[in-house]
Design a protein around this ligand. Sequence first.
Ligand SMILES: [Fe+2]
Length: 241
Amino acid sequence: MPTSIDIHCHIMPGVDDGSPDMETSLKMLRIAAKNDITHIILTPHHKPMHHNVSPEHNVAYTDRLQQALDREGLNIKLYSGNEIYYSDETFRELEEGRITTLAGSDYVLVEFHPTNPYKAIHNAAYQVQAAGYIPVIAHVERYSDMVSKPARVEELVDMGCLIQVNANSVMGKYGFGISSFTKKLLKNRLVHFVATDAHDTGKRAPELLECRRFVDRKFGEDYGRRIFYDNPMSIIHNETI
Ligand SMILES: [Fe+2]
């Protein structure tokens, strides 16, 4: 089975609502290894009015988790990142280098409130680009204004955004509507990344294998390889997608 790369997860211990401690993080990483995940970008939440991990601490915590992982003998390479909850502060924080980009690249993972109007999402993407970064829209299937009008996803792609969906959403764990929306996007090749958005070892574990098999079978192995491996690797190498 080909390997995959996860660009969105909350496996870094003790920094957000994801893994609470090192033991849980290592359990999550063992699950990731079983899912043939070989590279992971850790993306702790970066939110307004929150105690966020500074880029310096982010790198230090990533190194510490990598060392623990190496001692376990697991073959996974970790990178630092953030999941940015978009706010009026984001532009300035990006310009001042107070947010960690994905694996140190020009790509940034951006999320919104589920009921944010499309206009706000579109404007936010533009702001991120104006700051010099390429927006990766986190779990696009969560925003009601996108689900109600899938053509808007294409608009974002046309303006240079990249689209991420959660594996759990594709596999129907958030209901039929969300699942069929993500499948429609996959069919139209509007998805650039499938990620775990893992928070724990249970319902939100770092699992990609079932979804990878499904995408390979249903939408072709070439597309599967592109969105589970090649595109994520292009982020790691800071190459154009
Ligand atoms: Fe997330």
